[in-house]
Design a protein around this ligand. Structure first.
Ligand code: OXD
Ligand code: MN
Length: 631
């Protein structure tokens, strides 16, 4: 960590007038600032002048620095060690700061239509929120002046993707939260060398403040600084800039993740002709040793991490993990789609993760992990619902209250998380840091659909596949502020993460299908169909049977038959050896009434939400589905 210096108010004022010169006039050793390009200095000092921190530290990403940050967090009682786990810590947040806040997340462009399609009259738009540039400036001025008083501004140079990789991009996050520094150090590649890589080139500007200047103006809960009444997470695509205020949690504050890798990332991807998607990436190897890679999009909390790290139950097959949340995908010069996971860690939902559902995640988070809002036990361990065993010792819940099974509330918050280094996953793919990315054979969409949607089907064409992404729906998630189990449209699992108008996004997906490119096959899966006894399909490791079928289809095997919705497995083609008692007929039952209604509801959604911005091809695909279901 490099100490820049204490900045006096006066200097900050002067800095506003001539930031670069003033910085260089200060008493630094030439070597310590020589590597900072003028435009980086200018960015840092402009924001420092606004936020008025006491100090500025430039992070170098070293182990010594990590240790220092942990010590700071311990001193501030923001985290506590978990005695049973090596170098693991537990943070508990203010209960008002527990998830992404979609209602306070905006994109700012000159024209509203660049950001969101205009919904039909009287309909609330659900595909993102727009803010006029003038209103954004006003909102910033209401929140940021002096917001870091008494605190340190940390400068985090980070890379999304391997440093130097052809698909990678760089960012600099300025934050007053050491918790964010610790978490970004796991989730991204934080390294001084990023500053050199940026050189005089572009970087994504990320400003974050918890909005709690010192001395405190409100009492903290759990020592967790935040400003829930004034949360605002903003994106300015034309400037490649993110400005986030008031929340210390996850996607609101670890700006490399949803804000950069998806919202700003999708606009960069559109401009540069590639795809930035809410997708896991996995490698699957058959008993003959042939390996293929798949990217898969599921809405938040639908088991992406479990699928990415799955232990296959079919003998001889191996699944390895490249990433569990985000894929950046670019066609190479040979027309092959190649993907990287831009992240460096997993920010996984803890509840439901167990030795049964995800043994690899359990191993991955045994050390060097920051847990947030899980419960703790009196014998020095952590616990959550669905961890697969009873708690050992007395439990203190995520709100710091004594907890028993009769408490009537969950011990761990449903959106509690583990933040663990990806390299610790026992099944991390040997190619996971490949600079040029791994070749993608198949793209898979899915969601939580208790009714009507079969276990797996294949799109008839690229255009049909794009329609499947557009038509995605799923039960609501705890990862955002929604309650209950309503079925929500979540196209491409990107509804909270589009960086620009979804109609234009669909056109971009249609446009990447070009002559000379090897377009991946597209599939839809549903592990979550239910009957009166619960889930029909056992899920988890058994999902490898579905992946096997997908991979065999990619190899051109004649194991699919036409249906009203696309290609489904021919009878007997799904490998069910060793998996008894599954009602496969129920998994694949197709009701034309269900699909007629589904097509009608999807059309209504597209008409109301996307209107004339929705490409005609997508409406045509929807009409085709309705026609096939009516025959
Ligand atoms: C996540 C999410 O945290 O999608 O990954 O909400
Ligand atoms: Mn996600």
């Amino acid at each position: 960590m490099r100490l820049f210096s204490s900045i006096s108010r006066q200097n900050l004022l002067i800095n506003r007038l001539n930031p670069v010169r003033i910085l260089l006039r200060r008493d630094y050793s030439a070597a310590s600032v020589a590597h900072l390009a003028p435009h980086i200095q200018e960015y840092i000092l402009e924001k420092a002048a606004l936020c008025q921190p006491d100090d500025i530290y430039v992070c170098d990403g070293s182990d010594a620095e990590k240790e220092k940050i942990i010590q700071t967090l311990l001193k501030e009682k923001l985290i506590k060690p978990i005695p049973k786990l090596e170098n693991c810590y537990l943070a508990k947040t203010d209960p008002k700061d527990v998830a992404r806040v979609e209602s306070k997340t905006v994109i700012s462009t000159e024209n509203e239509r660049e950001t969101i399609p205009i919904p039909a009259e009287g309909v609330e738009g659900k595909l993102g929120k727009w803010m006029a540039p003038g209103d954004l400036q006003a909102a910033i001025q209401e929140r940021f002046p002096g917001c870091m008083k008494g605190r340190t501004m940390y400068v985090i140079p980070f890379s999304m993707g391997p440093i130097g990789g052809s698909i990678s991009k760089y960012g600099i996050e300025l934050t007053d939260s050491p918790y964010v520094v610790a978490s970004m150090g796991i989730m991204t590649r934080v390294n001084e060398s990023v500053l050199e890589e940026i050189g005089s080139g572009e970087f994504v500007k990320c400003l974050h403040s918890v909005g709690c200047p010192l001395p405190l103006q409100r009492e903290l809960t759990n020592n967790w600084p935040c400003n829930p009444e004034n949360v605002l997470v903003t994106h300015i695509p034309k400037d490649r800039e993110i400005i986030s205020f008031g929340s210390g949690y996850g996607g609101n504050s670890l700006l490399g993740k949803k804000c950069f890798a998806l919202r700003i990332g999708s606009t960069i991807a559109r401009d540069e002709g590639w795809l930035a998607e809410h997708m896991l990436i996995l490698g699957i190897t058959n008993p003959q040793g042939e390996k293929k890679y798949i990217a898969a999009a599921f809405p938040s909390a639908c088991g992406k991490t479990n699928l990415a790290m799955m232990a296959p139950t079919i003998p001889g097959w191996k699944v390895e993990c490249v990433g569990d949340d985000i894929a950046w995908m670019k066609f190479d010069n040979n027309g092959k789609l190649r993907a990287i996971n831009p992240e460096n860690g997993f920010f996984g939902v803890a509840p439901g993760t167990s030795e049964h559902t995800n043994p690899n995640a359990m191993t991955c988070m045994e050390k060097n992990t920051v847990y947030t809002n899980v419960a703790e036990t009196s014998d020095g361990n952590i616990w959550w619902e669905g961890i697969g065993h009873d708690p050992t010792g007395d439990v203190t819940d995520w709100k710091n209250q004594p907890w028993t099974k009769d408490s009537g509330t969950p011990a761990a918050h449903p959106n509690s998380r583990f933040c663990a280094p990806a390299g610790q996953c026992p099944t991390i793919d040997p190619q996971w840091e490949s600079a040029e990315g791994v070749p993608i054979e198949a793209i898979v969409f899915g969601g939580r659909r208790p009714e009507g949607v079969p276990l797996v089907y294949e799109a008839n064409s690229w255009e049909h596949g794009v329609f499947l992404g557009a038509a995605m729906r799923s039960e609501a998630t705890a990862a955002a502020e929604f309650k209950g189990k309503a079925i929500m449209n979540d196209p491409f699992a990107m509804r909270p993460f589009f960086g620009y108008n979804f109609g234009h996004y669909l056109q971009h997906w249609l446009d990447v299908n070009q002559d000379g490119r090897q377009m991946p096959k597209i599939f839809n899966v549903n592990w979550f169909r239910k009957n009166e006894n619960g889930f029909i399909w056992p899920g988890f490791g058994e999902n490898s049977r579905v992946l096997e079928w997908i991979i065999r289809r990619c190899g051109g095997e004649d194991i699919a038959q036409e249906s009203i919705i696309g290609k489904i497995p021919k009878n007997g083609s799904l490998n069910m050896e060793g998996c008894d008692g599954v009602d496969l007929d129920a998994c694949f039952e197709l009701s034309s009434d269900f699909w007629k209604q589904e097509a009608a509801e999807v059309r209504q959604y597209l008409e109301e939400q996307v209107g004339e911005d929705c490409p005609a091809e997508i409406y045509a695909q929807c009409d085709e589905l309705a026609k096939r279901a009516s025959q």
